[in-house]
Ligand binder design. Structure first.
Ligand code: SF4
Length: 310
C-alpha cells in the first residue's frame, strides 16, 4: 500500500516537494499555531475524531449527532464505511505482524502473513457485526476482497524484505525493519490541542516525516483529502514539524484482482481551512444540543435509518 513506484517518487521529488517550498502554507494554518485563530478550536472540551469531522455522508450531520449524543460510540454511518474500517485494520495488522516476524528472524513471511490475516479478518468482522448489520453477502464479498488484499500485501512485504536483505546481507533485524518498512503504521497522535480526539490514528506516516497516508475504498471524494489535512494539522500541533504532503490510497476490486491507486497532493491552505471550518461547524452543532433535522435525501445505505425513520 505504501511502497511507492518510480513514477510516484519522481512526481514527489520533482513536482510536489519543490512546489511546497515555492508556495509555502500560510503560517496561520499550521497546526503549531493551535493557540490562535483559526486553528484554535471553538471548544477544547468536545474532542472529535478526524473522520467524523471530515466525512459528509449525512447531509444534516445527524449521523454525527446520533453517534455523540444518542449511541455514544463510534459507529460507521454506512456498511461501506464499516468495510473500510476492517480493511484498514487488516492492512495495519499485517505490517505490525511483518515487523514482529522480521525481528524474530523469520525467512518466509508471505505464508505466515496470509494465515495471520485470515484470523484478523474473522475477528474484525465479528467485532463489527456487534455494531453494524452485515449480511451474508456483505461478509462473503468483504472476505474475498480482504483475502486478495492480504495475498498482494504479503507478497509485496516479503519481496521488499528480500530485496533489502539481498542488498545488505549483513544487516541486523533492527536495520532490516527500518529499511523494509520506511513508514510507521497506525500512528497515534494526541489531537486535543485542536479539539480533536486524544487518540487520533493516521493509517501511516513516512518515517522521515512530512507525509501522511490514508486508505480508502472505492472512488475519490473531496472529503478524503480534507480528512488527511486534519491529521496533518494534529501532527504539526504536537511535533512542530510541517506535514505538507498527503496520499490517499484507493483500494478497489477489478475482476479477480485488486487495484491500488495512490493520490498524492499538497496539504495546502484550502484543505486546511476546509477541515477547520468543518471542525468548528460540528463542534458548534453538537454543543448547541439541538437535534439536527432528518435529511430530505438520505443515502439509502445509511445504517441509522432505523433511528431516523423509526
Ligand atoms: S438516515 Fe438520513 S438523516 Fe438519518 S443519519 Fe442517515 S442520512 Fe442522516
Amino acid at each position: 500500500m505504501y511502497y511507492l513506484d518510480l513514477i510516484e517518487i519522481k512526481r514527489l521529488t520533482r513536482d510536489l516537494l519543490p512546489r511546497t517550498r515555492d508556495n509555502q502554507v500560510d503560517d496561520r494554518l499550521r497546526g503549531w499555531n493551535w493557540f490562535d485563530s483559526p486553528i484554535r478550536p471553538y471548544s477544547s472540551e468536545l474532542l472529535l475524531p478526524v473522520w467524523d469531522i471530515a466525512c459528509s455522508i449525512c447531509p444534516t450531520r445527524r449521523d454525527a449527532w446520533l453517534r455523540h449524543k444518542v449511541l455514544k460510540k463510534s459507529i460507521p454511518t454506512t456498511v461501506y464505511q464499516a468495510k473500510g474500517f476492517i480493511v484498514h485494520k487488516l492492512i495495519s495488522s499485517m505490517f505490525l505482524k511483518a515487523k514482529k516476524l522480521v525481528y524474530l528472524g523469520y525467512e518466509d513471511l508471505r505464508d505466515e502473513l496470509i494465515r495471520n490475516a485470515d484470523e484478523i479478518l474473522k475477528k474484525e468482522i465479528e467485532g463489527m457485526k456487534r455494531n453494524v448489520e452485515l449480511n451474508d453477502r456483505d461478509v462473503q464479498d468483504l472476505t474475498e476482497f480482504c483475502k486478495q488484499i492480504a495475498k498482494w500485501q504479503a507478497t509485496r512485504i516479503e519481496s521488499k524484505v528480500l530485496e533489502v536483505k539481498a542488498k545488505y546481507p549483513f544487516l541486523n533485524e533492527e536495520s532490516l525493519v527500518q529499511l523494509s518498512f520506511p513508514m510507521a503504521t497506525e500512528v497515534v497522535v494526541d489531537g486535543s490541542l485542536l479539539g480533536l480526539s486524544k487518540y487520533l490514528r493516521a493509517d501511516a506516516a513516512w518515517m522521515l516525516g512530512g507525509m501522511i497516508f490514508d486508505i480508502k475504498l472505492g472512488r475519490k471524494e473531496e472529503w478524503h483529502r480534507i480528512q488527511v489535512a486534519g491529521y496533518a494539522l494534529a501532527f504539526e500541533s504536537v511535533f512542530e514539524r510541517p506535514v505538507d504532503i498527503g496520499c490517499t490510497v484507493y483500494v478497489s476490486k477489478t475482476g479477480n484482482s485488486i487495484r491500488i491507486d495512490r493520490d498524492f497532493y499538497i496539504i495546502g491552505d484550502y484543505l486546511r481551512s476546509s477541515f477547520l471550518e468543518k471542525r468548528d461547524e460540528l463542534q458548534m452543532m453538537l454543543l448547541k444540543d439541538s437535534e439536527p433535522d432528518v435529511a430530505d435525501n438520505c443515502p439509502k445505505y445509511c445504517v441509522f435509518r432505523s433511528y431516523c425513520f423509526g
